[in-house]
Design a protein around this ligand. Structure first.
Ligand SMILES: *Cc1c(COP(=O)(O)O)cnc(C)c1O
Length: 319
């Protein structure tokens, strides 16, 4: 499953040439990085002999939509523990949450402070019903399965490097929206394994604090290398660059600067972005390019998908 890399029109005064890898065009369930990542979890569920899927996310989650779709296609029951962000009075609806319901996933609402308990209760209920639930994030605290999704973007990194060699274009930087860190773990692991030279820069779009995000990514990379009997350089953590300055008020929060970039990119390049993930990351990347005065280089934006949320942010939509 190889996705195209295209040159974008990107007016600037320092000869920065911008390219975009269109992971949003992956051919399943409206695309996005969660197609690759979801398939890795789904395969792990089967490998572990489980017979139903438990996911955690919120109403904007692309991972929950893709997993609900994969499960439905294979007639596997799918349970989605759905939290809302602090300050959201009631759970908001998005195209993703509508699609999850439409796909027949059972949505289990939950407070953000009560996730572990809800995971445990759900595991117990399903077990009592004779099922063997697979929780994608490991134990009830969401740890223990960090290595599983990493392969997805080791493969993604290899595609990028392949393209660079074929086209004779070397990227100085790779930017993308970073949330759980799975994509970043994969790209960084791929770079280490293939001795790449690009600076891999995650633009944080999540509410996770820096220390915790870095810890989770280190664990993911360590687990992946250990599970695959690969040798990990001791100083691997120096490859993890996570920008925390473009989160605005936190996950799902955005202002007019982001909406302006979204409209601009659609008008200029026909590129759909959304305010929670790719639009925020694209805006963050543009700020970064200015702040760091990047000059005469090739930059790659990894478009991680979220197409349903693009439609949500059009005038008249729910975001
Ligand atoms: C999940 C998601 C991300 C973040 O990817 P992680 O691997 O969780 O860091 C970025 N963009 C979109 C559109 C996503 O759905």
């Amino acid at each position: 499953m190889e996705t195209p890399i295209q040159r974008l029109d990107f007016p600037n005064h320092r000869n920065v040439r911008l390219y975009c890898k269109r992971e949003d065009l992956l051919p399943f369930s409206l695309g996005g990085n969660k197609v690759r990542i979801g398939q890795a979890f789904y395969a792990d569920m089967l490998a572990k002999g489980k017979d139903c899927m438990m996911v955690y996310g919120n109403s904007r989650s692309n991972l929950c939509r893709v997993l609900a779709n994969l499960c439905r296609a294979h007639q596997i029951p799918c349970y989605m523990i759905c939290s809302r962000e602090e300050g959201e009075e009631s759970g908001i609806e998005t195209n993703n949450s509508r699609l999850m319901k439409w796909l027949g996933a059972e949505v289990i609402p939950c407070e953000k402070t009560n996730i572990a308990q809800t995971v445990e209760d759900t595991v117990n209920r399903l077990t009592a019903e004779g099922k063997h639930p697979y929780y994608i994030f490991g134990d009830k605290y969401g740890t223990g399965n960090e290595g599983t999704p990493v392969q997805a973007y080791v493969d993604g990194y290899r595609e990028i490097q392949q393209w660079e060699k074929q086209e004779g274009v070397l990227f100085s930087h790779i930017f993308f929206a970073s949330g759980t860190g799975s994509t970043q773990c994969g790209l960084v692991s791929g770079k280490i394994l293939e001795q790449g030279s690009e600076k891999i820069v995650g633009i944080s779009i999540s509410s996770r604090e820096y220390e915790r995000a870095m810890k989770v990514m280190q664990t993911g990379i360590q687990d992946y290398f250990a599970e695959n009997h690969l040798e990990l350089p001791v100083d691997f953590a120096k490859e993890l660059h996570l920008e925390m300055g473009y989160r605005q008020e936190g996950y799902g929060k955005y202002d007019d600067r982001i909406m302006k970039v979204i409209r601009e990119e659609f008008c200029r390049n026909g590129l759909p972005l959304d305010p929670t993930y790719t639009g925020k990351a694209f805006w963050g990347m543009k700020e970064y390019i200015e702040e760091h005065q990047l000059e005469d280089c090739n930059v790659l934006f990894l478009h991680t998908g979220g197409t349903p949320l693009f439609y949500d942010c059009l005038p008249g939509g729910t975001l």
